[in-house]
Design a protein around this ligand. Structure first.
Ligand SMILES: [Zn+2]
Ligand SMILES: [Zn+2]
Length: 147
C-alpha cells in the first residue's frame, strides 16, 4: 500500500520538476509510513543516523517543498510544533491528550457547516479543521495499569 503511494508521490515530484535527493526521498518515505503526524523534529531524529550531515533546517526545507506541491499538509498549532500529514484527502483528526499522537478518521465532510458559516458571517470559507481530543488506546492501557 505505502509502496504504491511512495511511487505515486515520486511521480508527482518528477512532474513538478522537483529534484529527488536521497534526503527528500527519505523524508517522504518516513511520512508515508508514519501514522502519528510527526513534527519536523521527529522526522529529523528518525533519519539522523541515516543522514549524519542532515540538519533540522534541511528537514524543514524538504517539508516545505513537499507542502508546496501538495504532497504534505502542515497542521499548525500556533507555535513551532507543526505536525505534518501526508494524507491529503478529506479527513478529521483525534488527538491524544497524554502522548500528543494524532490519528486520522473519516467522516463525511461538514459542508453544511461551511455553508451556514458563510451565510451568517458573510465570510468566504476556504476550509475548516475539526479536532477531537481524548486518550489513545495505548495511553488508556497505561492508565488502567497504574490503577
Ligand atoms: Zn496517547
Ligand atoms: Zn491526518
Amino acid at each position: 500500500m505505502s509502496e504504491i503511494r511512495l511511487r505515486e508521490a515520486i511521480d508527482t515530484l518528477k512532474e513538478s520538476g522537483v529534484r529527488i535527493t536521497p534526503q527528500r526521498h527519505a523524508v517522504l518515505e518516513y511520512l508515508l509510513n508514519s501514522e502519528i503526524h510527526p513534527t519536523a523534529d521527529d522526522i529529523y531524529k528518525a533519519l539522523e543516523s541515516k543522514f549524519p550531515n542532515m540538519s533540522v533546517a534541511t528537514v524543514y526545507n524538504n517539508l516545505r517543498v513537499l507542502r508546496e506541491i501538495g504532497l504534505v499538509r502542515e497542521l499548525t498549532y500556533g507555535d513551532d510544533s507543526s505536525r505534518f500529514d501526508c494524507n491529503t484527502s478529506d479527513h478529521y483528526h483525534i488527538i491524544c491528550n497524554d502522548c500528543g499522537k494524532i490519528v486520522d478518521f473519516h467522516y463525511p465532510p461538514l459542508d453544511e457547516v461551511e455553508a451556514l458559516a458563510e451565510q451568517v458571517t458573510g465570510f468566504k470559507v476556504s476550509h475548516h479543521r475539526m479536532e477531537l481530543y481524548g486518550t489513545c488506546e495505548s495511553c488508556k492501557q497505561v492508565e488502567t495499569r497504574k490503577h
